[in-house]
Design a protein around this ligand. Structure first.
Ligand code: FE2
Length: 196
């Protein structure tokens, strides 16, 4: 068995978003590429150490770091994949809109919970997860990249709330405006296709 290296995805078409500037996207993609490179480097080192029979403290600490780097890579891919420069408003008959209305009572009820979760202090991710057991949608706060994920649940809508996601074009105090920018650029067709 050999480790398969990851390749950074091409997001060159992700330009011309509403509100979020191209420079912001460029900087964010550079950060994303760093996660891909570090995930590969970390995994290669772990496989090398395991091959050499080295399971010391250094190996253990690298194992602990794995979820941070790997999720930092993959969550950015979910985030960029659910954005588009040709976004249209979320329609009531969209499968995601119907799913969240089923869980939160209404589309507005879901959005109110999602946005207020996104305004929580701290850095991390907001993920509308779908529980495959009963199909319901749960808005979750993810601390940094790896804490509070729901095991086995499907990430349906993924929002980056690290300050680097908006610090190029917005002040640290303007997180709420960035959240509105994000919602204006969501590709709801991509989101709906992630549903189980
Ligand atoms: Fe990010």
């Amino acid at each position: 068995m050999a480790f398969q290296k990851y390749t950074a995805k091409d997001y060159s078409k992700l330009r011309g978003l509403q509100g979020i500037t191209d420079e912001q996207v460029e900087v964010h993609l550079t950060l994303y590429n760093g996660y891909v490179n570090r995930t590969n480097a970390l995994q290669e080192r772990l496989f090398s150490m395991a091959g050499a029979g080295t399971f010391d403290n250094a190996y253990q600490e690298l194992k602990r770091r794995n979820g941070w780097e790997w999720n930092g890579m993959r969550l950015h891919e979910f985030y960029f994949d659910n954005l588009t420069p040709s976004a249209k408003p979320l329609a009531q008959d969209n499968a995601f809109a119907q799913a969240v209305a089923g869980t939160y009572g209404s589309l507005d009820g879901w959005k109110n919970d999602f946005m207020n979760t996104a305004k929580m202090p701290g850095v991390g991710w907001i993920i509308a997860y779908q529980d495959p057991v009963n199909g319901q949608i749960l808005n979750c706060w993810i601390n940094q990249h790896e804490v509070s994920h729901l095991s086995g649940a499907r990430p349906i809508l993924v929002l980056d709330v690290w300050e680097h996601a908006f610090s190029v074009y917005r002040k640290p105090t303007e997180r709420a405006k960035y959240l509105d920018d994000f919602m204006a650029n969501v590709d709801w067709n991509v989101v709906a296709k992630r549903l189980g």
